[in-house]
Design a protein around this ligand. Structure first.
Ligand code: GDP
Ligand code: MG
Length: 839
């Protein structure tokens, strides 16, 4: 048995020389230094000492021992199909023994083997020693071994990370795998009393977190691979690792989405955009103090707050971004060329609008038609020797203004039909007002001149009173005498229209993709949605993708006003379009879009936009906002629509209000009239951004509904001075606290009884709010105030009551008024002080 030096033994065993010296010293073996020889007896003695002595008390005993094993092997890998690469893989394993008893046991084991095989060459010894030791441990401490190996691998990784780039290190994939699994186990918090290892686990875990912070799904192997930024040899390790590993790592940090928000969306849609359950969104909104349901539509701003609250980034989509993009990319091209004028016929009822349209159509359109069958498509065009004229077939100012209220400008010229035997009537005046509000020139057709009682000059005189002055009297309005019955003057009327059109220099582009306006639409059995579109620019062709309001579709067929199929339609030509997804509204814009997908997207977007939200936020038609809008320079004309109970009041208001004009703001009465406020009035106010003033008149039901839907204020007054004062104050931005009348109840008179005690008793049904005995009342007939006073009595059956709620019948006696009739309305109001705030 050969002797070895202390140093050799230390190297073989893998412990520092100093420690070995110390141990030898403790065992009572006097050695001079690292080069002193140690005999087998000495080794046996040392071993004995280590075995039997109380190692725990040994202060200098190691806290941990690390064993290393290094193997180098070669790996053949097919590279790119041409030649095989040979890659050297160096594997290092380290084992760290931390616990004292374990450490000691290992030391003993090492020494045992060392002693047993002392005469072998050291290199051989080292390898075999490790292998033997490993084999033994596998047999004895299978579980422990696995744990140790994991710890070792972990350390290897750490070391590699620390020395990245300087050392070529590739951890054996299996070891890494084991390490990851072990680390996971450790993280579960098993207390094993091995501080060192647990610490190692933590180091690993924290690094782990840091590494995948930006990632959603990071597989475990990726983490391992990321540890090393190493050249070629390590790459091979990565390849192998990648091939053998699968993994899913739960995100450790919330993922931030950029959430695109349209103008409005439902809670469910918002949740989907953030990839969370709708319940989450509802919960968050509840915490913010808003109770919502899953299908509730919320606006962009609310949604943005929710998105931020949930840790994402909101991105506001401009309402029309998509549309603007699609619509600007597809536009008509070419030079501007003259186009036919588009004409609307207006006038009082029975003055001959329909007859005139029919005459022109019969004479011009249906001429030469077999059987003369013409189809009503809402518009038609006629050819005259001097040019083409397009007529809109929906006479009346109501349709005209309803379209305009939707933002469609279709009509170029208005033909005002006035019957020569009847003269100017209320709807004649309204028509004038609507045309003027729209800024559309008028041509007056004095109709029924075939009648003996016709007085065309009287019509002229009456119209001058409404600022419609004939050319021959120095004005700018053409008057043409016609007869829809005999056809007299119709040619001249057409000529006048073309003359006016020439003055207006109406032009349009005739090339490129078409755009236009819907005149009318219907759902046809068999043909589906049918829409009449007036082309305004470009050329509409069969096969085009048409976006119309909320609908879209490929144009399947086009028909002209005679029901003949056509292939295309240019500016000022009305055509029936087949192939749309649904029926659009009159006044909707139509535009050809290059891609069907885009058209569908925009249509769907519009459907969503219009679905649940009041789209019109017409702040301009509120008295409160007049001043702020003036300040912002948004308005320099304050438009007012006046409706009054009598002509005198209407005129007085018109004059007084017009006089309120200042240098900054002109007060313009766009319309004034007598009678209740109608749907057409509300449309006109909307189209002209006008404030509605009702003086001793009320809105009818249709007007009420329309005004509510569109947020148009109805301002009711009963004292002229109050109206003037209010408008004045609104303009100066000093709306003082106002005593305002609030209508708290409305009852409809169903029947009238005579009572000897109370006089006329109105049997009523309360239709709105509450009728209160003590409040002032007004009696309305046809939405006009006919009496103001108070109640004499309020009864339910035989009992006097103080109030009656909506849906209930009651008997009402009006003090000092016995002229109530069935159909009248009794309005109960209250004077309240309203503090007006200027926004
Ligand atoms: P609208 O309400 O304005 O559409 O008026 P209509 O076209 O329905 O005409 C009302 C009535 O006036 C009908 O009985 C027509 O026959 C008659 N009428 C229309 N134009 C003329 C005309 O030029 N001369 C005569 N004598 N009667 C006419
Ligand atoms: Mg008619």
């Amino acid at each position: 048995m050969s002797e070895v030096t202390v140093q050799q033994l230390a190297e073989t065993v893998g412990i520092p020389v100093d420690r070995l010296l110390l141990q030898l010293d403790e065992a009572g073996l006097a050695v001079s230094g690292p080069n002193a020889k140690i005999s087998d007896e000495d080794k046996a003695h040392l071993l004995k000492h280590l075995r039997h002595e109380d190692v725990e008390t040994d202060a200098s005993a190691p806290k941990k021992i690390t064993l290393k094993r290094k193997t180098v092997s070669e790996l053949k890998q097919a590279g790119g199909g041409t030649k095989a690469k040979t890659i050297s893989v160096e594997v290092r394993k380290r084992r760290t023994y931390v616990k004292r008893s374990v450490a000691v046991a290992e030391e003993k084991a090492v020494l045992d083997s060392k002693i047993a095989e002392g005469d072998r060459r050291r290199s051989e010894e080292e390898t075999r020693l490790s292998q033997e030791e490993m084999a033994r441990r596998q047999a004895l401490e299978e579980k422990k071994r696995a744990e140790e190996e994991a710890a070792a691998a972990r350390r290897a990784i750490e070391e590699a990370a620390q020395t990245k780039g300087t050392e070529t290190v590739a951890a054996q994939p299996v070891a890494v795998d084991a390490a990851v699994k072990e680390a996971a186990k450790d993280k579960k918090g098993k207390k094993r009393g091995r501080g060192g290892r647990e610490e190692g686990g933590e180091v690993y875990a924290s690094r782990h977190n840091k590494m995948d912070r930006q990632e959603l799904h990071v597989s475990a192997d990726k983490v391992g691979r990321r540890k090393k930024k190493a050249p070629a040899r390590a790459m091979a390790g990565r390849v192998v690792a990648a091939a053998t590993q699968h993994g899913f790592q739960k995100p450790t940090q919330p993922v931030t989405h950029e959430v695109a928000l349209p103008e409005t969306l439902t809670v469910a849609e918002l949740a989907q955009k953030m990839s969370v359950k709708a319940a989450e969104v509802i919960k968050v909104m509840m915490k913010m103090g808003t109770m919502v349901t899953i299908n509730q539509v919320i606006d962009q701003e609310t949604a943005a707050i929710v998105v931020e609250e949930m840790g994402h980034k909101p991105k506001m989509l401009r309402e029309d971004a998509l549309e603007t993009e699609a619509l600007t990319s597809s536009a008509s091209t070419g030079e501007f060329l003259p186009r036919a004028p588009v004409v609307t016929i207006m006038g009082h009822v029975d003055h001959g609008k329909t007859s005139l349209l029919d005459y022109i159509r019969r004479a011009k359109v249906a001429a030469g038609e077999a059987g003369g069958i013409t189809q009503h498509i809402g518009a038609y065009h006629v050819e005259t020797p001097r040019g083409m004229v397009t007529f809109l077939d929906t006479p009346g100012h109501a349709a005209f203004t309803a379209m305009r209220a939707r933002g469609a400008k279709v009509t170029d010229i208005v033909i005002l039909v006035v019957a020569a035997d009847d003269g100017v009537m209320p709807q004649t005046i309204e028509a004038v007002q609507h045309a003027k509000a729209a800024g559309v020139p008028l041509i007056v057709a004095v109709n029924k001149v075939d009648k003996p009682e016709a007085q065309p000059d009287r019509v002229k005189q009456e119209l001058v009173g409404h600022h419609v002055v004939p050319e021959e009297w120095g004005g700018d309005t053409m008057f043409v005498s016609v007869s829809a019955k005999t056809g007299e003057g119709v040619e001249r009327l057409l000529e006048s229209i073309l003359l006016q059109a020439e003055v207006m220099e109406l032009k349009a582009r005739r090339e490129g993709e078409a755009s236009g306006v819907v005149i009318e639409s219907s759902l046809d059995k068999g043909r589906g949605a049918v829409a009449t579109v007036l082309v305004q620019s470009g050329v509409l062709r069969k096969g085009d993708i048409l976006l119309v309001g909320k609908e879209y579709g490929r144009v399947r067929a086009l028909f002209d006003e005679n029901g003949h199929p056509v292939d295309e339609a240019g500016p000022s030509i009305p055509v029936q379009v087949l192939g749309l997804s649904g029926t659009p509204d009159a006044g909707d814009n139509a535009a050809v879009i290059a891609e069907e997908r885009k058209a569908r997207e925009i249509a769907l977007f519009r459907q969503g936009k219009f679905r649940d939200v009041k789209l019109a936020k017409q702040q301009a038609s509120k008295l409160e906002n007049v001043f702020s809008q003036m300040e912002e320079g948004k308005i320099n004309t304050l438009n007012i629509l006046v409706k009054a109970d009598v002509q005198g009041s209407a005129e007085a208001l018109r004059d007084s209000l017009s006089k309120l004009s200042t240098d900054e703001v002109r007060v313009k009465i766009i319309a004034s009239g007598v009678g209740g406020i109608t749907e057409s009035d509300v449309n006109l106010a909307m189209a002209s951004n006008a404030i509605i003033i009702g003086f001793n008149v009320r809105a009818d039901n249709a007007a009420k509904r329309l005004s509510q839907e569109n947020g148009v204020d109805l301002n009711y007054y009963s004292i002229i001075y109050e109206v003037i004062d209010q408008v004045k104050q609104a303009m100066s931005g000093m709306l003082s606290p106002e005593i305002r009348e609030e209508i708290i109840g409305l009852a409809e008179v169903r029947d009238v009884f005579r009572s000897p005690k109370f006089g006329a008793i109105a049997g009523c049904l309360v239709v709105e709010g509450t009728v209160k005995r003590s409040n002032p009342i007004r009696v309305l007939r046809d939405n006009v105030v006919i009496y103001q006073g108070e109640l004499e009595s309020l009864r339910r059956f035989k009992d006097d009551v103080s109030e009656v709620k909506a849906g209930t019948e009651c008997g009402i006696g009006v003090k000092d008024y016995n002229d109530v009739k069935p159909g009248d309305q009794i309005e109960v109001f209250e004077r309240v002080v309203v503090k007006k705030t200027i926004q």
